[in-house]
Design a protein. Structure first.
Length: 82
């Protein structure tokens, strides 16, 4: 799954209330460790706190790429959305 797809999932999750900021931060921490070259947004989200929802949303919106609609739909369906 590409980063943009996951970012779209988290954007929807935070705005609709089914994802907590801590889940996004934990994902970003994992991505920082596994990415060949960490990107700015990864590091920025990793340094956020659980109350920084709007900051996290702004960083998620900077993730480059194109979301895979099939994977995104599967993620949302797993949460009972869509």
């Amino acid at each position: 799954m590409n980063y943009r797809t996951k970012a779209e999932y988290f954007i929807q999750g935070i705005t609709q209330g089914f994802v907590e900021a801590t889940e996004v931060i934990a994902w970003s921490d994992e991505v920082v460790v596994t990415a060949p070259t960490p990107e700015d947004w990864m590091l920025e989200i990793s340094s956020c706190g659980p109350d920084d929802r709007m900051v996290i949303l702004s960083h998620l919106n900077t993730v480059k790429g194109v979301a895979d609609p099939v994977e995104l739909a599967a993620l949302l369906k797993a949460k009972g959305i869509g």
